[in-house]
Design a binder for this molecule. Sequence first.
Ligand SMILES: Cc1cc2nc3c(=O)[nH]c(=O)nc-3n(C[C@H](O)[C@H](O)[C@H](O)COP(=O)(O)OP(=O)(O)OC[C@H]3O[C@@H](n4cnc5c(N)ncnc54)[C@H](O)[C@@H]3O)c2cc1C
Length: 411
Amino acid sequence: MTHYEFDLIVVGAGAAGLMASIHAAERGKSVLLIERNRKPGVKILMSGGTRCNITHACSNREIVEAFGPNGKFLHSALAKFGVQQVIEFFEAEGVETKVEDTGKIFPVSDKAIDVLEALLNRLRRAGVKLSLCESVLELDRTETGTFLIKTDLRTVEAPKLLLCSGGKSFPGCGTRGDGYAWAEHFGHRIIPTHPALVPVTVQEKWIPDLKGLTIPDVSVRVMENGKALSHRRASFLFAHFGLSGPAPMDVSKAIVKHSTPSQLHIELDFLPDENEQLVEETLKQRSLSDGKKQLLNILPDQLPRRLHELVLQLAQLPLDRKASGLSKEDRRKIVVQLKRMQLQVRGTLGYEKAEVTTGGVSLDEVDSRTMQSKLVPGLYFAGEILDLDGPIGGYNFQSAWSTGWLAGGSI
Ligand SMILES: Cc1cc2nc3c(=O)[nH]c(=O)nc-3n(C[C@H](O)[C@H](O)[C@H](O)COP(=O)(O)OP(=O)(O)OC[C@H]3O[C@@H](n4cnc5c(N)ncnc54)[C@H](O)[C@@H]3O)c2cc1C
């Protein structure tokens, strides 16, 4: 029998590739992990604003649900390595974790580097050979069913191959979608890809004036002809180009997948816990009790002053007007801006700034119990290369850890 230097070659040292390599090597496999970057885990380091939102405090079933119809593919992976196992994995390596109010789980240190170091320590102990600054260029299969991996440095052969090369988003991180062409070469179908979890651009000229304004709880809707295509309530950030932060990014998929995004509107509700009647009634009361104050000073206290100014400008009401003169019609105009502010969509910032890629290797052709290709024995997939993308909140890493762990354990 031919002896190969490595039982398994893993392409891509991101979340999925690192986890898969660790698990395979701990089970006695000799593993070569190839990464084009100078450093492994670049996205881990930049994730969650360099704090790394490792996973989400919820049940495995809720993780499945967060991924929509494709989420059921994750059942087996989560059963083997779910939210609890991920927490235990990192805590065993000395990374204490905490749950924030939003349910997001971070290292207590707020340092993504601690998460990466934990993985790298375990990778070393497991004896994985990590090769950095090496780009995989081409893959092939020999007549005996082994794999030939051609890189910019050499050609290596191994009986098993795991593709963890990620998606196309943030191409500056090394993720340029190379894996899709390889998967297609092996006969796999690729579900068309789009950027997802991406900041949204809008047409309003005043947007740059609001740059940097964050509001913790906003309900964001993507609207087409009065119908909501997507909806999310979470924190929100005005950026110089448009809208960023969890709520706009979570609804961005509906924009990216639309044939003419400029036909869409974003509708913003800055007071999602109050109905319009209540907001109007409160304004009426305050205009009576604080009639001598300027209009600007009777708007909801929980919202920032820069937003108050914007609301009055869009309602075409002078900022310095006395509250006592507020007519019913003017009240309505203010309520509309607070509860249903309309922005005209331009598009998104695209792959350059997308946190994930939607689409990818079709799940129909991958065995969810092992992550092995149903078409090519010995070929495996894990992580974002698959047609899986979840919302903001640690779901995408959870999917990468789980599918990686399962693949590493099945090989
Ligand atoms: C700015 C940002 C913040 C994020 N924050 C979070 C967060 O807080 N929580 C969360 O759950 N998710 C977050 N995500 C999403 C998360 O990073 C991804 O879902 C996750 O990294 C996917 O893991 P992966 O291992 O499948 O792919 P990746 O992490 O993308 O790793 C793929 C690796 O393959 C390598 N590679 C590709 N092609 C080749 C080749 N030809 N040769 C050699 N190597 C190659 C790449 O260089 C890369 O290192 C964030 C993403 C971004 C961009």
